[in-house]
Design a protein around this ligand. Structure first.
Ligand code: EPU
Length: 357
């Protein structure tokens, strides 16, 4: 169970009538088109920029007082935004990061939810500490990182997670989550399971010392054995790998992997292996097998496929892209087509990663 830290502000604004209006200024007709990496045209009736932790409960109180819905947005890199939202969209922009503690065994790093994730990676590496270099260049904010338990190149944030603080909108309390409280799994956590309830405020990572490079993943393994190996060298290789494989959302708007890699029973994989003995498959601890959604989509002939203004990247079949002017409906129509094709061709169900907001 997460630990209750303090009551910052009652969620019922009647108990604190003037606080919200004084500290928060609503932005009318808030344009979110440049605030989502799929570059979907999107507006919100009101916007808020939250740059201090106590503004989070104040935002909930304000929304309640006005009778409006409230949704929280970080970097906008894992969302499919609807064109219009009739409530308040609050951007978490709380800044701050520091090395809290360094011992012979570990380094504790703390960062506020509104920090950019990749900036945090670069900050720790520049300070000489390894542990999150495999997660370089993942778009989005620090606050969003634990929600989907971001992962890449054989690492995930759960590996180095120490704790986080979050505002619980159901109780009006600020709570501290240990790693066990978070229910981390592949691209999953309690924050994702109970979407909309918790707003992450700050994150603590425990980076183990001495640094142990994680080079098991194809593309990194050739670095093994180098005697000049540093976290910076691994980070640079990860950045180069991502840039060579994944389309840059600034050039070709996208939300990264659009589907999770499906984890299925061995019996489901048999017919696929009978046809493609070399199909990529990764055994899981529970005996199931993780397949590569990108591989399945490419084998189904959909790499580079377009449906209206939405399409599948020519570079990576797991990335859905906006070729210009796509709406949430265009993206969803393409996603449905991909899912139906993979179901019919391989009998495998794909699960969408970006959240519909
Ligand atoms: N593949 C194809 N065709 C493609 C793309 C990939 O056949 O068009 C094959 C590859 O050859 C490889 C396999 O699929 O055998 C896996 O591809 P890749 O190494 O690119 O990784 P992925 O499973 O597609 C996952 C994460 C990425 C992460 C990479 C690298 C998920 C949903 N995605 O992708 O995370 O960067 O591994 O570790 O787990 C993200 O979540 O947004 C994301 C980009």
């Amino acid at each position: 169970m997460p630990q209750r830290l303090a009551i910052v502000l009652p969620p019922n604004s009647d108990q604190c009538p003037d606080m919200t209006e004084q500290t928060l200024s609503l932005i009318p007709d808030f344009d979110l088109s440049a605030r989502n990496t799929l570059a979907l045209k999107a507006r919100s009736r009101f916007g808020l920029v939250l740059d201090a932790p106590d503004q989070v409960p104040a935002a909930f109180a304000l929304a309640e007082k006005r009778g409006l819905g409230l949704r929280i947005l970080g970097g906008g890199s894992n969302v499919v935004l609807s064109p219009e939202f009739e409530g308040i969209t609050a951007l978490v922009a709380i800044k701050g990061r520091s090395i809290r503690e360094e011992t012979d065994e570990h380094v504790l790093v703390e960062a506020a939810a509104g920090e950019n994730w990749n900036d945090l990676v670069a900050y720790t590496v520049k300070a000489g500490f390894g542990g999150i270099e495999n997660l370089a260049l993942i778009p989005g904010t620090v606050g969003a990182a634990p929600v989907q338990n971001i992962g890449a190149y054989g690492a995930e944030i759960a590996d180095v997670f120490e704790s986080l603080t979050a505002y619980d909108s159901a109780t009006g309390e600020v709570v501290e989550f240990s790693r066990q409280d978070c229910g981390f799994a592949y691209r999953d956590s309690v924050f994702k399971q109970q979407a909309g309830r918790f707003v992450v405020l700050s994150l603590r990572l425990r980076l183990p010392k001495p640094w142990q490079p994680n080079l098991g993943f194809a593309g990194l393994s050739e670095l093994a054995g180098r005697d000049d190996l540093t976290p910076g060298l691994v980070m640079d290789r990860v950045i180069a790998l991502r840039q060579s494989k994944l389309p840059d959302w600034r050039v070709t708007p996208n939300a990264g992997s659009f589907f999770q890699n499906p984890v299925v029973a061995p019996s489901q994989v048999e017919p696929i292996l009978a046809e493609f003995p070399n199909a990529p498959k990764y055994p899981q601890a529970d005996g199931k097998l993780k397949l590569s959604a990108g591989w399945l989509i490419e084998q189904a002939g959909l790499k580079g496929f377009t449906l209206g203004p939405a399409g599948i990247s020519e570079r990576h079949a797991l990335v859905v892209v906006n070729h210009g002017g796509a709406s949430a409906d265009d993206i969803s129509a393409l996603a449905s087509h991909i899912k139906a094709t993979i179901r019919a061709r391989f009998g495998v169900e794909l699960h969408q990663e970006p959240v519909l907001l």
